[in-house]
Ligand binder design. Structure first.
Ligand SMILES: [Zn+2]
Length: 124
C-alpha cells in the first residue's frame, strides 16, 4: 500500500488590508470580479477583497489568493465555503477520534457496563 503524506490544513489568520493593498488587489484583475468575471463599477457597486480559496479551507492570506469581487457574488461563495468547511471539520473530528461515539457498543470500552470473563454484566 503506498504511503501518502498529507499535510494538516487549518484556518489561516486574516490580516487587515490597507487602502494601498486593496488598490493592489483591484489592479491585479483591472476591476473584474473574480467570481462572475464581470466588470465592477466601484462607484455604484460594493466590492470586497475575496480569498479565492477560503481561509477556513486552508487558503493563504496573500495576494496570489486574493481578487476583487462583488459583495453579492462573494456572499454566495462564502455561504458555500462555510458549508464545505463545516463538512471538513466534521470529517476531521471523526477521523481524529475527537468525538465520543453517540451510540457506544454494548459492553464496549465507552459503555458504562462491562462483561466479565464469566459472562456476567456488571457496572464499570
Ligand atoms: Zn461578481
Amino acid at each position: 500500500m503506498p504511503f501518502i503524506a498529507t499535510n494538516d490544513v487549518g484556518t489561516t489568520m486574516r490580516r487587515k488590508l490597507t487602502p494601498h493593498q486593496r488598490l493592489k488587489v483591484w489592479e491585479k484583475t483591472g476591476g473584474v470580479c473574480v467570481l462572475c468575471e464581470c466588470a465592477i463599477d466601484a462607484v455604484r457597486e460594493r466590492w470586497i477583497v475575496e480569498h479565492l480559496r477560503a481561509l477556513e479551507l486552508g487558503g493563504d492570506d496573500d495576494f496570489g489568493n486574493m481578487g476583487p469581487a462583488h459583495e453579492i457574488c462573494a456572499r454566495d461563495k462564502t455561504r458555500d465555503d462555510h458549508r464545505r468547511a463545516a463538512h471538513a471539520k466534521r470529517q476531521k473530528i471523526r477521523h481524529l477520534g475527537a468525538e465520543a461515539s453517540k451510540r457506544p457498543l454494548p459492553c464496549g470500552r465507552n459503555s458504562p457496563w462491562k462483561r466479565t470473563l464469566s459472562g456476567q454484566i456488571v457496572p464499570r
